[in-house]
Every structure is written in C-alpha cells, then in structure tokens.
Design a binder for this molecule. Structure first.
Ligand code: F6P
Length: 365
C-alpha cells in the first residue's frame, strides 16, 4: 500500500465554510512537495473514519480548488466515532467506534491525522488523541468562537458576505426610509454580527454576549429619525436574546452532538420595532449564504499558512497541537486548551469601544 512512504490523513468536520479546500490543498501540497508523504482524505468528516471511506489525494485532485467554497471531502456535523448514532428499532442508539477507527487507521498505516474544524470537531480529535490516534488540528468556523487562536479561517469570508448584504440593504433602507434588520449567524458569539455590523455601518448591533433592551433599540431608531436619519440598519446575531428572554430555537437535530439550530430572532426584533416605533421594517435572514462562496484573499492566505503549519507539526511529532494565529505569527496551542470554552466577544474589548465611539447601539446602555 504505502510502501516506504509515510502516510498522513485529513478530514474536515462541522459546518462547511470558505477556505476548507485551500486548507486541504495546502496540507496535501506541503506533505507531498516538502516530504514526499502520501495523503488520504476521509469522506464526510468522522463518518469516513467509521464507514471506511477514504481517497488518496494527489497533486491533480487538489489542483484548482484554492478559490472554491465548500469541501471536496464532504463534511458532517453529526458524526462522532465515540458516540456514533444509529437508529435501532426506532430508537436512537449510540456506540463507541473508536477501536474500529484505530484499526482502520492502522490498516492505512496512518502516521497522523489532520482534523479541520471548530469546537465540536476538535473536541472529538482530542478524545481520539487520548485513545492513541496522533492528531493535529486546524481551527475553522465562520463564527470565530474557537479559543486558542486570534482568528479561525472562514470568518473573514463570512464577514465579507454579510457586509456585501448590509451594503445592499442600505440602499432600500435609505430610499424607503425603513428599518432593515439583517440576521447573521453566530450562536453564542457575536463576532460575525459585530465585525459585519462595524464594517457595514450598522446602527444597532445585537450580539449574544449583551442581552438587549428592546425599548433602547426602538429609542435609537426614533432618535435617529429625530436627527434626520430616517432609516436604520439593525444587525442581529442569531443567538441574540432580550434581557430576561431566551434564544430563538428553530429546530432540534436529534442525532447531532450539538442539536440546537437557532434562527428567527431577526423577525421578532423587526416586528417589535415596527409595532413600537411605527417605522416600516423589513427583515432579511442571511443563513447559509454566509457559509458559501469563494474565500477572501485573507482566508486563502490564512488557510494556506494553517495547512503548511499543520504539516510542520506532524514533521516535529507535535501531536495534540492545533495551529493558531497570534498577531501575525502562526503558532500552535494544545487542542485541549482550545476546546470546551468558546471565545466570546469581550464586552470591554477595543473593537466594542470603537463601535460605541462611532455611535453603534448595542441595546444595553
Ligand atoms: O457553527 C457554524 C454555524 O454556521 C453556526 O453559525 C450556525 O448556527 C450553525 O453552524 C448552523 O448549522 P447547520 O448547518 O447544521 O444548519
């Protein structure tokens, strides 16, 4: 099979996002060009490890994918080899498949596995490390809520998509003297709402870290109108919640390790604003549009640096580590330090202070 060549593996788990293919390409090229290693990709995240579905990656298979969104390997935000879900007699039953996974990796003569993902994917990677699988991690998520790194790849591209949408919504807001509410992703962390709101000139930004007072939100809309600003742009994270209220759950996915899917808070905020201020209001939910499309130049470069960095970690046998960005430098951090505690927006951060200085309302003051 592998002959004398060392073999490494790669899988992409969790939600897709722009830049994953750039990571796969960088890992494969660095492995092949710098070390003459063989590389296999597992299909659909951890499902491929359990279902024994893998493919050898070649220079040809990773060619022309740098700018392409999604993942050529497929992904899953349900598959967990340590808690493998199967429906038996109409009942959801869970199995530990870690022994089968280790046996499959032995058969493939795998020296290391690169796991590309967010908190869920990397938590599983860390548990597989404990079972004896040599893993390294690469931080991915549009939410940018993974600890241990300044930024995850995919976030910048999602921000760019949201800013483009906000810019377009601005014209209708201005022309029709309306409030335009735009709901962006971000379950627990408001990075996407804050960054796109700041870059898109959002007048009101509602993030999960700051429960909002709807009276305050409406007062801002009315005050702006009083100053001749007859429109307002409201950017709402899907995980935002009113003071004393709760997140809006859209769906529960029974066989997912993280079953809650949010959505709909934008509509609630929009309805309240229209009722309480009398200003005509429209709501746009961006949803999975934010996860699609071509990565930004920033994400292509970051993803490439992360991929090459992960191969260097394997070369140095630094298993259990995740590549990360600190300032301008690619470094690494134990995966155990990155998972289990989400990186929320610090409410006393410079970014928040900057937004407040230009008059952004967060519904709290
Ligand atoms: O974690 C990434 C993310 O896009 C969240 O922002 C969002 O809440 C969730 O995934 C949506 O998941 P799904 O693709 O299962 O609907």
């Amino acid at each position: 099979m592998a002959g004398n060549r060392k073999t490494i593996g790669i899988l992409t788990g969790g939600g897709d996002c722009p830049g994953i293919n750039a990571v796969i390409r960088a890992v494969a090229k660095a492995a092949m060009n710098d070390h003459n290693w063989r590389i296999v990709g597992f299909r659909d995240g951890y499902a491929g490890l359990v279902m024994r579905e893998s493919v050898v990656l070649t220079n040809q298979s990773v060619s022309n994918i740098l700018s392409v969104g999604g993942t050529i390997l497929g992904t899953s935000n349900k598959a967990d080899p340590l808690k493998w879900a199967e429906w038996l007699d109409g009942k959801l039953t869970f199995f530990d498949k870690s022994k089968d996974v280790l046996a499959y990796c032995d058969e493939l003569e795998l020296s290391a596995l690169v796991c590309v993902g967010g908190d869920g994917t990397l938590s599983i990677a860390n548990r597989l490390l404990d079972k004896g699988l040599p893993v390294v991690g690469i931080p991915k998520t549009i939410d940018n809520d993974l600890s241990g790194t300044d930024i995850t790849f995919g976030h910048d591209s999602a921000v760019a998509t949201a800013v483009d949408a906000i810019d377009k919504l601005h014209t209708t807001a201005q022309s029709h003297h309306r409030v335009m509410v735009v709901e962006v992703m971000g379950r627990y962390a408001g990075w996407l709402a804050l960054c796109s709101g700041l870059a898109g000139g959002g007048d009101i930004i509602l993030i999960p870290e700051i429960p909002y007072d709807i009276e305050k939100v409406c007062r801002t809309v009315v005050d702006r109108a009083g100053r001749g600003k007859l429109f307002s742009i409201v950017v709402v994270a899907e995980g935002a919640e009113p003071i004393g209220g709760e997140k809006v759950v859209q769906q529960m996915i029974a066989d997912s390790p993280d079953p809650i899917r949010l959505g709909g808070i934008g509509k609630i905020v929009g309805n309240k604003i229209e009722q309480m201020t009398g200003v005509e209001t429209r709501v746009t939910i961006l949803g999975h549009v934010q996860r699609g499309g071509s990565p930004t130049a920033f994400d292509r470069i970051l993803a490439t640096k992360y991929g090459v960095g992960a191969v260097e970690l394997i070369e140095k046998k630094q298993f259990g580590q995740m590549v990360c960005l600190r300032g301008n430098d690619i470094q690494s951090v134990p995966i155990a330090e990155a998972v289990g505690k989400l990186k929320l927006v610090p409410t006393d951060s410079e970014l928040m202070a900057t937004a407040r200085s230009v008059g952004t309302e967060f519904g709290d003051s």
